[in-house]
Write a protein that binds this ligand. Structure first.
Ligand SMILES: [Fe+2]
Length: 280
């Protein structure tokens, strides 16, 4: 470099950074609204439920490339309805059932969402019918430890999946905790980055549960392997019809919270915000 080269004049672009309870957020946009305002009070409460100030411990990463538009991935986490139809593992082993007490909640804009679920106990008639349609009842796990649950949050909620616009998913399913980042790779591909973690003060039993249950997730997860395959099938199904329109009206035409998960309302919530941002 010449003698008068001043590195301060050529620094990398500074980022707007926010740290909250061990989670670090950065934005290239210096005018980004404050993190707490961005999430809104309700979504912030779900964020703080997992990031509650305890020291975090990183367990590991998984990464996968899925050849679909990034919004497929985000839609997937906003659509609870597919879970009991597609994810036979969930329903067979009781991790997710349509008869369980559940809810879909959003922030005021619809851009963020939370899917809240409880493990069901006794099976009602609708769920029993649903299971007969989708399952082989003779299917059993040889090692059931992957289903072990140590209840750790107030109330009896056993799963909360948060989708924070535009590309962050925070997942608490039983004892597994993870962040997923969607990284678009052009219009027809995205990388999904999974970061699994726990708390530094976890007991050995809790830590073992979290690590073991990570087998449900990721590129070859007992559950999430279904999603990536079906998303690609969906892309192949809709691609020939670029001039067509999707209809997502299960449970109404307005964007509002539902106290059940037989609904796709969070998907219109996403697109309400997407259209606004994109000026459509
Ligand atoms: Fe899924």
């Amino acid at each position: 470099m010449p003698a008068d080269f001043d590195v301060k004049q050529h620094r990398a672009q500074p980022l707007a950074v926010n740290v909250r309870n061990g989670a670090i957020f950065a934005s290239f946009d210096p005018t980004a609204e404050p993190f707490e305002d961005y999430l809104g009070p309700r979504m912030l409460s779900y964020f703080d439920r997992v990031f509650d100030g305890r020291k975090l411990e990183l367990f590991g990463y998984m990464r996968q490339r899925i050849d679909v538009n990034w919004k497929f991935m985000f839609e997937n986490l906003k659509d609870p309805y597919h879970a009991s139809l597609l994810h036979v593992f969930f329903v067979t082993f009781g991790l997710f059932r349509m008869d369980a007490e559940s809810a879909i909640e959003m922030d005021e804009t619809g851009r963020h969402g939370a899917m809240i679920n409880r493990r069901g106990s006794k099976l009602d008639e609708v769920a029993a019918y649903e299971m007969r349609q989708t399952l082989r009842s003779d299917m059993q796990l040889k090692d059931t430890r992957v289903l072990d649950l140590i209840r750790e949050y107030p109330g009896d909620v056993t799963a909360v999946i948060c989708t924070f616009w535009p590309n962050l998913i925070i997942q608490q399913q039983s004892n597994t905790l993870a962040m997923r980042h969607i990284v678009p790779r052009g219009p027809d591909s995205n990388d999904l980055h999974w970061t699994f973690f726990g708390y530094a003060d976890d007991t050995p039993e809790m830590r073992a549960n979290r690590v073991r249950q990570a087998n449900l997730m990721g590129p070859a997860g007992f559950v999430s392997v279904d999603d990536s395959e079906v998303m690609v099938m969906s892309r192949e199904g809709v691609t020939p019809y670029n001039d067509g329109a999707d209809v997502a009206e299960m449970a109404g035409r307005t964007v509002e919270d539902h106290d059940h998960t037989i609904t796709e309302v969070a998907v219109p919530g996403l697109y309400q915000h997407y259209r606004k941002v994109m000026g459509l």
